[in-house]
Design a binder for this molecule. Structure first.
Ligand code: 5GP
Ligand code: ZN
Length: 114
């Protein structure tokens, strides 16, 4: 998608601090971190929101979660705790319409979220 910010990061048209990549997924630092560790984990495939997910994407979403777990371990926050979040549409505050998991950790996170 030519007008998608995260597709532009994938195409290296916009820089990002990429901390993980494989043939299906990349992960990078959020530009406006909300916690000491705030990473974004995204599929290379452009999927606008969770609502557009299809059965063929089921393995991909598990892959996103597994990368989140691996990064949490690498960052040293797996045992202390972390949160993964995927916002869907306006009421959830989705700003970039290319699905992404937020990985947040490194501080005590309050619940419920705002
Ligand atoms: P959303 O609100 O869609 O769930 O999350 C979008 C996230 O993308 C936000 O946390 C925001 O800080 C992050 N973000 C927006 N623009 C950029 C950018 O150009 N680079 C990076 N690395 N993150 C961005
Ligand atoms: Zn995209």
């Amino acid at each position: 998608m030519s007008d998608c910010l995260f597709c532009k990061i994938l195409a290296q048209e916009i820089p990002a601090n990429i901390i993980y990549e494989d043939d299906k997924i990349i992960a990078f630092d959020d530009i406006q971190p909300q916690a000491p560790h705030h990473k974004l984990i995204i599929p290379r495939k452009h999927i606008a929101t969770l609502n557009e997910l299809t059965p063929e994407d089921i393995y991909l979403t598990g892959h996103l979660l597994y990368v989140a777990q691996q990064l949490a371990k690498k960052l040293g926050t797996a045992d202390t705790g972390y949160r993964v979040v995927m916002n869907c549409n306006q009421d959830a505050g989705q700003a970039v319409y290319h699905i992404h998991l937020h990985l947040l950790g490194g501080r005590k996170l309050s619940w419920p979220p705002g």
